[in-house]
Design a protein. Structure first.
Length: 95
């Protein structure tokens, strides 16, 4: 039996030209990302939007939620969930 050479396999040699062709595109995309990150940073500094505070939580009672999809139930006497159609009486039990 003849032994194979220790060089790159034929499969690797097929992918190498593709990788070489992609290298300039990847470099260009990385440069674009760096440029965009710099622009965003400048805009954040100029507008002061870097320290955005989350909206405060509303105080008050939580509305009941549908057990099927977790949507808030607007009307406590509703029979079905308006989103998923879950029969709410099934979760409430006997009245």
């Amino acid at each position: 039996m003849a032994e194979k050479e220790a060089g790159p396999s034929s499969e690797q040699s097929k992918t190498q030209p593709g990788r070489r062709a992609l290298r300039p595109r990847v470099t260009a995309l990385e440069e674009q990302v760096d440029c965009l990150e710099g622009r965003v940073s400048k805009l954040e500094d100029a507008t002061g939007l870097e320290h955005v505070q989350p909206a405060p939580e509303q105080a008050g009672e939580e509305r009941p939620r549908c057990p099927g999809c977790r949507l808030e139930i607007e009307k406590p006497r509703a029979r079905r969930c308006v989103w998923c159609g879950f029969v709410l009486a099934a979760a409430r039990g006997p009245v």
